[in-house]
Design a protein around this ligand. Sequence first.
Ligand SMILES: CC(C)(COP(=O)(O)OP(=O)(O)OC[C@H]1O[C@@H](n2cnc3c(N)ncnc32)[C@H](O)[C@@H]1OP(=O)(O)O)[C@@H](O)C(=O)NCCC(=O)NCCS
Length: 187
Amino acid sequence: MNPFERIVNRYKNLPKVDLTQGRSIAYSRSITRRAMELIDANSQGNVHGGVIMRMVDEAAGVVAIKHSQCPTVVTARVERFDFLAPAFIGDVVSVNCEMHYVGRTSMEVGVEVTAEDLITREVRRIASSYVIYVALDENRKPTPVPPLVPADDEEEAIIERARIRRLHRQRIDEELKQIQEISSQNS
Ligand SMILES: CC(C)(COP(=O)(O)OP(=O)(O)OC[C@H]1O[C@@H](n2cnc3c(N)ncnc32)[C@H](O)[C@@H]1OP(=O)(O)O)[C@@H](O)C(=O)NCCC(=O)NCCS
């Protein structure tokens, strides 16, 4: 069987997802790791920001797929991307991702990135981000995903902070839309 046939067959008989069955944050938590190589860095040995961003998008996407059990999730937004410290060739970069909030079809994944020097074993926090994915159906339309249900008080606090962030984000989007409408009327 060629690889494309295998992919097509795999997605032909997808399990029916029970949308009443909530999932915890722990259910989809995920870590990906990779040692940084020459190709990842500039001539000074610093890892390119874009390399870290790609790792984050891939790793956070894994969480969105695990939670939703939907094979097609697209990145709708990178809410923040803060580079806190550099990573260097030879460091092992770990991307720690967990689901923070689930709407009807969208999912916010929180990401913390660390770099470990394998010789000294020093671990540095190098980046953080929030990435929002939307699950799509076979017609590439947004499709509902299972709710996020906290397993304990800690998870409940994470979800509540994300809920406030979402409200804040929606308010800013609305304000920006109004500003754009006013400036297009004036031009
Ligand atoms: C993301 C996308 C599917 C949204 O489509 P849409 O028709 O605007 O969807 P809707 O307005 O019905 O919104 C669907 C959900 O997405 C959320 N959403 C849409 N755009 C968003 C954005 N820019 N930021 C945050 N959330 C967003 C909505 O809040 C809604 O969430 P909810 O269902 O949890 O309440 C569409 O804009 C798209 O396909 N974008 C390109 C994605 C892509 O190619 N990414 C890069 C490669 S993976």
